[in-house]
Design a protein around this ligand. Structure first.
Ligand code: 5AD
Ligand code: SF4
Length: 451
């Protein structure tokens, strides 16, 4: 039996795409390789958002290729965002590469790799020239979702991602995503509901709706009874029998209206967590970033959501060292973090991306300054995050049991509605169960619960 190995970098959208590709390989009779060095097909799903992620993927592929010189039949492929931005260049950088497939044609990965592998295994001598390089870069199929629906991944988990839209048209000046994932397009609600129902029937308890700017879903639809297309979708998914938890990621302050804030007050399955990218606390930098809102508006939205759902956990993305960011701008970001008290924040050092407007802006911030701001902000973020976790000690929380703890396989791990991991003893619950626990202890980012 042939085997496949898939390594995924980047966002949940990529994880979801990889799951789909994996499911097609399984359906085609492949198994998952025990190790990357034993696989017949090696795929890396790439992310272009920052240079570091690209370098990691290139390094990993280079290493895997060099370690398999004695296995000339192995098919190597890149998928995802880096393919959209670099395409043919990749064949030059990694000479042993066979297949590259962009974000719009991951349903082609399996047939391309499988036919190449069969061809190679059938020929007695494996060509040292590794003929058969293939490129499938920008084939955009509006119905790609439907084509892959028959390959719903075999569920090993009680949580699943459901992609509700593709692409992004915001064109934030630092971001490569609009160039790699193309124009915004929403998926029909009936398809989404069908997928959610099938997942729930197969044992899934928690669904996360995914979109680059998820609250722009269905924005061409009329507002009905004050509810936008996205809020109506949330309500419809919420109705699905057997679904216990609903999440969505990631929203943008633009188009985040009163109806979405209110949804937190009347949709009990909607979890008490939102990942809400702020990017900067300085209006001047937000403008240079082409983020069309003021810091004040962002703060007001956080406050309004906390009124609608008092225990709401808010996490965010922040970029430090954007071109032109002065120490004063940075301090405004730090003040915003202190004011809003995020439950956690991902901090990114600005990374210039080829072809994006910010890459050519003047006053690029030097690496040392970016690192200094990153470290300083991380200290503040961690201090607040730990204090917020400590405040949960003694409270009752319902956790959804995910599986063995990543740090201690003799214990189980679940997540609260706020999406915080909680460690519990083995044997007191089954995976997929919703379990009320009391938080007994908190060591920094880890919570410990008891029944
Ligand atoms: N440099 C640094 N961070 C970036 N992000 C997007 N583009 C860049 C870039 N060029 C961050 C944003 C976004 C997150 C997914 O990645 O904060 O929300
Ligand atoms: Fe990139 Fe901005 Fe679109 Fe997010 S909203 S994907 S940061 S362009």
């Amino acid at each position: 039996m042939s085997s496949v190995y898939i390594k995924t970098y980047g966002c949940q959208m990529n994880e979801r795409d990889s799951e789909q590709v994996a499911a097609m390989f399984l359906a085609g009779g492949y198994s998952f390789a025990n190790s990357e060095l034993e696989a017949d097909v090696v795929l890396i799903n790439t992310c272009s958002v920052r240079e570091k992620a690209e370098l990691k993927a290139l390094g990993k592929m280079g290493m895997l290729c060099s370690q398999s010189v004695d296995r000339p039949w192995v098919v190597f492929g890149f998928m995802g965002c880096m393919v959209q931005s670099k395409a043919r260049e990749l064949f030059e950088t990694v000479p042993r590469l066979d297949v590259v497939t962009g974000t719009h044609c991951y349903h082609r990965v399996f047939p391309l790799c499988d036919s190449l592998l069969k061809q190679r295994l059938a020929s007695a001598v494996h060509s040292p020239l590794r003929k058969g390089a293939q490129l499938c870069e920008v084939e955009d199929l509006p119905d790609a979702h439907n084509r892959i629906r028959d390959h719903l991944p075999a569920r090993t988990s009680c949580s699943a991602f459901v992609s509700i839209m593709q692409g992004c048209e915001m064109r934030c000046s630092y971001c490569i995503v609009p160039y790699t994932r193309g124009a915004e397009r929403s998926r029909p609600a009936a398809d989404i509901l069908d997928e959610v129902r099938r997942l729930v029937d197969s044992g899934v308890k928690e669904i996360t709706l995914l979109g680059q700017i998820v609250n722009r879903y269905g924005r061409e639809e009329p507002v009905i009874d004050g509810r936008s297309g996205f809020v109506r979708l949330l309500e419809m998914v919420h109705e699905v029998d057997g679904l216990e938890r609903l999440r969505f990621t990631s929203p943008h302050p633009i188009g985040f209206r009163e109806d979405l804030v209110r949804a937190f007050s009347y949709l009990p399955k909607l979890c008490s967590h939102i990942h809400f990218p702020m990017q900067s606390g300085s209006d001047r930098i937000l403008q240079l970033m082409r983020r069309p809102y003021k810091q004040q508006k962002y703060v007001e939205l956080c406050e309004a959501m906390r009124v609608a759902r008092p225990d709401l956990a808010i996490t965010t993305d922040i970029i430090v060292g954007f071109p032109g960011e002065t120490q004063e701008d940075y301090l405004l970001t730090k003040a915003a973090v202190e004011q809003i008290k995020f439950d956690n924040a991902f901090i990114f050092q600005y990374s210039p991306r080829r072809g994006t407007p910010a890459a050519d802006m003047p006053d690029q911030v030097c690496l040392r300054e970016k690192e200094a701001r990153n470290h300083d902000l991380l200290d503040t973020v961690n201090r607040i995050a730990i204090a917020r976790n400590r405040a949960l000690v003694g409270t009752q929380q319902v956790i959804l049991v995910d599986g063995p703890s990543k740090t201690n396989p003799n214990r189980l791990q679940g997540r609260t509605s706020q999406n915080k991991p909680v460690i519990i003893e083995q044997g007191i619950a089954k995976v997929g169960e919703l379990l009320p626990v009391t938080i007994r202890e908190c060591t920094g980012f880890t919570l410990y619960g008891a029944v």
